[in-house]
Design a protein. Structure first.
Length: 233
């Protein structure tokens, strides 16, 4: 049994007086583990099993399951509100849906903490989400090759899974909405500091959404619904 830093991604009832918890851990990556919380509504363990609260946990392997044997908070929960909170839920949902279990991912764990801190500090939300998404894609063995952007003298590119950026030589106007503008992609490739509402930042968002949707099998994310409801108010 090893004590390690961790965050709760999600928890749900399992058996009597137990929860099944999805954790992002420092040394084992994403882990699903059971924990006994008892019957009391004031259970200390139940109170600690909240998202965005830095924890120290000790996990024990038993048969095909992990069990949380001890759990303690090591800092206050990140103060996330409104869109920052919805963004953090979005990050958690991506990890639950896309990250394989029990694979070391120290860099991703570090970026997760950095992202929560930045969101809590009111930093540029779009920029912080792109940083996390890129780190997650790297963990999944994916990355963008921007070389074609600088090699082809065209104004637009498609992005096609397993092919990358493909130049558009004879695009019909109706298809240009599915393409990405070269100058925007150049800014993204050069890691420019993109203004939150700039055309390049919007292109980056659309590009990442296309890639992530493909990884999700085009199944919608529940966390995105929070943004939609919030913007309607």
């Amino acid at each position: 049994m090893i004590e390690q830093s961790a965050f709760v991604l999600h928890s749900r009832p399992y058996r009597e007086n137990q929860l099944l918890v999805d954790l992002l851990t420092e040394t084992e990556g994403k882990v699903s583990a059971t924990v006994f919380v008892g019957q009391s509504k004031r259970s200390i363990k139940k109170a600690l099993l909240q998202p965005f609260l830095p924890l120290k946990v000790t996990l024990k392997s038993q048969n095909n399951f992990k069990q949380i044997k001890s759990i303690d908070s090591i800092a206050k929960s990140y103060p996330l509100v409104k869109n920052s909170l919805y963004s953090a839920f979005y990050i958690n949902e991506l990890l639950i849906r896309l990250l394989k279990e029990q694979i070391e991912c120290h860099h991703l764990f570090s970026q997760y903490q950095t992202s929560l801190y930045a969101l809590a500090q009111g930093c540029n939300i779009a920029s912080e989400l792109r940083k996390f998404e890129l780190t997650l894609l790297e963990e999944l063995g994916l990355s963008f090759d921007f070389t074609p952007i600088f090699e082809h003298d065209v104004s637009h590119f498609y992005y096609i899974a397993e092919q990358g950026f493909v130049p558009v030589y004879q695009a019909e106007p109706k298809n240009l909405t599915k393409c990405f503008v070269k100058s925007h992609l150049e800014e993204i490739a050069e890691q420019s500091d993109l203004a939150e509402d700039s055309p390049s930042a919007n292109t980056f968002k659309l590009l990442m959404r296309q890639v992530i949707n493909q990884l999700l099998g085009n199944k919608p994310l529940n966390s995105r619904k929070l943004f939609i409801k919030s913007n309607k108010k």
